[in-house]
Design a protein around this ligand. Structure first.
Ligand code: ZN
Ligand code: ZN
Length: 338
């Protein structure tokens, strides 16, 4: 069997080639520039937050369930559909960092506290960056009453979980699927990279997920730059998304934050314009903008992404429901797939 083109000896690459990491000189130039110019600016307004509808979230199970998503913050979303409760890239910690006392600090508490979550059935982890793979959160979820969720992760991360005592893990290569609770979960390509330390760059895979259930088809992009991958994903799943089958993804979770300065970020994070292109490339019915408002990682103000989204969405003639942002803690019901 020939080796997939994104596999290297002991590491991985993007579908459009090697990820060229920014050099230390470039990193220093970015940090110098940002401090000289006082970036990021302080948010003009507080990040919208609201008390979660915990009653609804806990009751939204079994036969009475309606597809719904609750934004917990950053790329952490509670998605309820297909009879289950699923979390994407759970981070509930104070910092997105290997250190408890340094690194990007949480600007608002999680929209739903860990202890207030319903029983989680499935956790999707897109890649091993600290703002997406948070060990204390994964440990807490694995210890939830009644047994831990199934963690679905990209290739190379199962051993990482097992070494930390978390055994209910399935790892997938791009385009590989796993069936669980009557859903099918497929890992799909993204244009990004991986590393937790200085010596493990690109050694575990990264990606997004497509999740197929009778009442909802969910897409989760993880972290990504713009690429051809999203048009490829639409094409790959076309035979289960024809109009008479209910059409394209019912909801796509797409990052809209952590994009400035472009010269540094464009090969790893989309900006809002590119997020809108991904939404169009996928043919998603609606999208939720995530990966903003929670950790200050880059040079744009923490509250800038939804402003950009509102402006650019209107310029394209799209409505609020086509590509929306939520308050942290807010739930939105998604029309079930017919
Ligand atoms: Zn990342
Ligand atoms: Zn990220």
């Amino acid at each position: 069997m020939t080796r997939p083109s994104h596999h290297r000896d002991g590491s991985f690459r993007n579908t459009d080639g090697e990820f060229t990491p920014r050099s230390l000189a470039e990193l220093l130039r970015w940090r110098w520039d940002a401090s000289r110019r006082g970036l990021p600016p302080r948010p003009a307004e507080p990040i919208p937050t609201q008390a979660p509808d915990v009653g609804f979230i806990h009751a939204n199970a079994g036969a009475a369930q309606v597809p719904a998503v609750t934004w917990i913050g950053h790329a952490t979303v509670l998605a309820q559909f297909g009879g289950i409760s699923l979390l994407t890239d759970p981070i509930f910690s104070e910092r997105a960092s290997p250190l408890s006392f340094a690194g990007p600090k949480r600007e608002q508490p999680p929209g739903v506290a860990l202890h207030a979550l319903p029983a989680i059935d499935v956790v999707l982890v897109s890649h091993n960056h600290y703002d997406h793979l948070d060990l204390p959160s994964c440990r807490a979820l694995a210890a939830q009453p009644g047994g831990g969720p199934l963690f679905v992760v990209p290739l190379g991360l199962k051993a990482w979980f097992e070494a930390r005592g978390i055994a209910r893990v399935v790892e997938l290569d791009w385009w590989q699927g796993h069936a669980v609770h009557g859903l099918e979960i497929v890992l799909v390509p993204a244009r990004h990279w991986s590393a937790r330390g200085l010596t493990d760059r690109m050694k575990t895979l990264w990606g997004g997920f497509a999740v197929f259930a009778p009442d909802c088809q969910l897409f989760f992009a993880g972290d990504t730059a713009y690429s051809r991958d999203f048009a490829d994903i639409r094409e790959r799943f076309a035979e289960r998304q024809r109009p008479h089958q209910g059409g394209g993804f019912d909801l796509a979770l797409i990052p809209i934050g952590a994009y400035e300065p472009r010269w540094f970020m464009r090969n790893q994070h989309v900006n809002v314009e590119e997020a809108l292109k991904i939404h169009a490339d996928l043919g998603a019915k609606r999208s939720l903008g995530v990966h903003w408002g929670t950790f200050e990682l880059t040079d744009e103000a923490l509250d800038e992404p939804p402003r950009q989204l509102a402006r650019q969405r209107a310029a394209q003639g799209l409505g609020e429901d086509d590509f929306f942002a939520l308050a942290i803690g807010e739930t939105r019901r998604i029309p079930p797939r017919s």
